[in-house]
Design a protein around this ligand. Structure first.
Ligand SMILES: Cc1cc2nc3c(=O)[nH]c(=O)nc-3n(C[C@H](O)[C@H](O)[C@H](O)COP(=O)(O)OP(=O)(O)OC[C@H]3O[C@@H](n4cnc5c(N)ncnc54)[C@H](O)[C@@H]3O)c2cc1C
Length: 376
């Protein structure tokens, strides 16, 4: 038998795999990262880069906030091209029903020490004058951040490499298990631990995990400096993001440092092809224009799609895979993988090294779903 060459082999050099490589190497482990494409491709290249605290569940809140704090700690080390901007989020309320949600969210975040400000209609208009007239108000979450994910992934990977991590690009992994990673060309590499960080494709390497592809569209405009100042998200976004069956669109726009505006977002199950779906795109842009009529006269310079890795309970899978003691999962981050990548890496490496994690890890353990698989 060939000797074990690496302490850890990570499959996937997206933001999650890169964050894991950074964290494993920081703790002195011998790391290999393998990706069939380039660093920061996959969903990482397609995502919006909104580092956002979300409160769909306690576990989601805890993970997103912990990770946001890790991004805050990292910000001074990040190169300029990561475009880290603490722009803040405004959850926009179109009517009184949405305003009730503003109040609920304000209480919820306040109890967990996340600063927020309730905005009435006048204050909302001062902060974002290009929203349509007649909005009821909103909730400002000033600590939310915008960044450029592919460059963040590249930074994390290069830092891991500077500590000795190795990177193998351009060849697919076809099998993992029993401490071995097998490549499409037939080569095999051994590692004590193998981390499946292959995003929406992780199920191909670990059959039995419950990950579905959830397609999303984004559009980026030409440069319109000053038109938009915060990431603006409609409060109905929660219904859209958390519905587990229906195709949906929501108003979600982001100011880029360049003055461009990134317009989202859509969610679709069962769409396997990467092509832009023009019906979905039209629905998404109409929704955006309902909230910001001025978008209608802007020039779009690019449109693209990406696939989120969605789990049934909307929480990622972080930890050992019960069916193979060499395999660990770091996948299933759906629309929050940029936000939660750093926390994912921390709690995964804590589990492997026996360190005490800063947050309870149970909600994210793959064993929560593996029980059903094992007994199926
Ligand atoms: C439209 C859209 C908007 C989003 N907006 C946000 C946002 O604002 N904020 C946020 O936090 N998140 C957002 N997300 C989610 C976020 O982009 C993802 O959760 C995150 O990028 C997942 O990172 P990852 O490293 O797990 O996967 P990926 O980035 O997909 O990386 C997986 C890597 O694995 C490689 N790979 C796969 N299979 C194999 C194989 N067999 N062999 C070798 N390599 C393999 C791929 O090439 C890829 O590089 C968005 C996603 C989409 C689609």
């Amino acid at each position: 038998m060939s000797p074990t060459a690496y302490d850890v082999i990570i499959v996937g050099a997206g933001i999650v795999g890169a964050a894991c490589a950074d964290e494993f190497s920081r703790r002195g482990m011998r790391v290999l990262v393998a990706d069939r494409d380039v660093v920061g491709s996959g969903a990482t290249a397609a995502g919006m880069g909104h580092v956002v605290v979300m409160d769909d569940s306690d576990a989601q809140f805890t993970l997103t906030r912990y990770s946001q704090r890790l991004w805050q700690e990292l910000r001074h080390d990040l190169p300029d091209d990561v475009e880290y901007e603490q722009s803040g989020t405004i959850w926009a309320a179109a009517d009184e029903e949405a305003m009730a949600e503003v109040v609920r969210k304000h209480d919820c975040y306040g109890k967990r020490d996340v600063p927020t400000e309730v905005l009435n209609a006048t204050r909302l208009r001062e902060l974002e004058p290009n929203l349509r007239a007649g909005m009821s108000g909103g909730l400002l979450v000033p600590e939310d951040v915008v960044l450029y994910p592919p460059c963040a992934a590249r930074f994390l990977m290069e830092r891991a490499q500077s500590r000795g991590a190795e990177l193998k690009l351009g060849e697919s992994v076809v099998q993992i298990g029993d401490g071995t990673v097998r490549f499409s060309g037939g080569a095999e590499v051994r590692g004590t631990k193998i981390v499946n960080a292959a995003g929406a494709y992780s199920v191909e390497l670990t059959p039995g995990i419950e990950i579905k592809k959830r397609k999303g569209h984004l559009v980026i405009t030409d440069r319109y400096p000053g038109f938009l100042r915060h990431q603006l998200v409609e409060l109905g976004y929660l219904k859209s993001a958390h519905s587990v069956s229906i195709d949906s669109v929501a108003f979600n726009v982001q100011p880029r440092r360049t003055g461009q505006i990134l317009i989202g977002s859509s969610r679709q199950y069962g769409a396997e092809h990467k092509e832009v779906d023009h019906d979905m795109l039209t629905r998404m842009l109409c929704r955006a224009q309902e909230y910001m009529p001025g978008l209608a006269s802007m020039t779009a310079v690019r449109t693209w799609t990406g696939f989120r890795a969605a789990t049934p309970d909307k929480l990622p899978l972080i930890g050992p895979w019960p069916a193979d003691k060499s395999v660990f999962l770091a996948t299933g981050h759906e629309g929050l993988g940029i936000t939660t990548s750093l926390a994912t890496a921390r709690i995964l490496v804590d589990q492997i090294t026996g360190a005490k994690p800063a947050i309870p890890i149970e909600p994210y353990l793959p064993s929560r779903t593996a029980k059903e698989v094992t007994h199926a």
